[in-house]
Design a protein around this ligand. Structure first.
Ligand code: FAD
Length: 291
């Protein structure tokens, strides 16, 4: 079953995004946390794909284990970084052999120290090319792509970025999952612009509940997400109180998710960062349609 089936009339898609741990201890912790996350009834889980070699093989290991253990549909993220068409083909063949039938198809960020992304020899320069490749070579696979409510950092304008998103959908993507954001109006504007442009697939908001001010400032600066000033100020009031920061973050995420649900979103995708506590608390505090 492809993950796009979880969105539509009378359906509300719930998904969690994991990352591949670097160590055996991290793998054990992830297995524990996945057991807790599953209790919240996700429709599917995904696992990110890193730039380094070892975490790439862990991506398939993590996500194939989740599928086997919980009989849950899963998606592997996949990027163009360091890949040729042949190595992508080989990875996707292994994914299918492990029962992984969905891909979050991405270009990836430029390797460290490089400002601009250059297509690897024999590989692809943009995600729309990767989507077209997967559609042609593995027509049975479900494909999600990334979208940017605050505009991708390299894009010359929001309009051009949206046209590039449309290229990915026209190439065969089944759904859009967004980058994390903290101003819902950015998401609602983005969704409306997608509709106006004829992007007819579900546009699913990606949420990262903040649990720690330092961590979110690092992540937000990497992807360009803006944090609302009152929210940051509130977190700063608890500078020396990790529990207080966690509570402020959870409270904000509950309000953010409630407003998105009231705005009739197709589903929610949580960047859970391999932890169940914050996402669990948010889901305890929000009534999801049909659940
Ligand atoms: P693209 O869609 O190729 O866009 C990149 C830039 O190029 C944009 O500015 C766009 O406007 C422009 N562009 C796109 N197509 C064209 C074209 N045909 N011609 C000219 N310009 C074009 N990164 C990882 O390394 N691993 C992950 O697992 C991962 N998971 C992610 C999951 C989600 C849901 C999201 C939103 C992002 C994820 N990322 C991940 C980050 C992502 O790799 C970066 O944001 C990257 O910089 C862009 O990837 P993209 O697929 O959106 O690229």
């Amino acid at each position: 079953m492809t993950i796009a089936k979880f969105y539509g009339a009378d359906q509300f898609g719930l998904s969690f995004e994991l990352f591949p741990p670097k160590t055996a201890v991290g793998m054990t912790r992830l297995a524990e946390q996945a057991g807790k996350l599953i209790e919240y009834g996700p429709d599917y889980m995904t696992c990110t794909y890193g730039a380094g070699g070892s975490t790439q093989s862990r991506t398939l290991e993590v996500i194939a284990d989740i599928r086997r253990q919980y009989q849950l549909p899963v998606a592997t993220h996949l990027t163009c970084v360091g890949n040729t068409a042949d190595s992508l083909h080989e990875y996707l063949t292994r994914a299918l052999q492990s029962g992984v039938r969905n891909v979050v198809a991405l270009r990836g960020d430029p390797p460290q120290g490089e400002k601009q992304f250059a297509a690897p020899a024999g590989g692809f320069a943009h995600a729309n090319q990767l989507v077209a490749f997967i559609r042609a070579e593995f027509p049975e696979m479900g494909i999600a792509v990334g979208g940017y409510p605050e505009t991708h950092q390299e894009a010359p304008s929001p309009e051009i970025d949206l046209e590039n998103l449309k290229r990915k959908v026209d190439a065969g993507a089944d759904l859009v999952i967004t980058q994390l954001f903290y101003h819902n109006e950015d998401f609602f504007r983005f969704r409306e612009q997608c509709e106006r442009l004829g992007i007819g697939v579900p546009v699913v908001p990606g949420l990262l509940p903040v649990t720690n001010l330092g961590q979110i400032q690092r992540i937000a600066s990497l992807c360009g997400a803006k944090l609302p000033a009152p929210f940051t100020a509130n977190l700063q009031r608890y500078e020396n109180d990790p529990r207080g920061q966690f509570e402020v973050g959870v409270e904000f995420a509950i309000c953010q998710a409630q407003e998105l649900v009231a705005g009739d979103v197709a589903g929610l995708h949580f960047y859970v960062l391999n932890q169940s506590a914050a996402t669990g608390r948010v889901l305890d505090g929000v009534a999801l349609p049909g659940r």
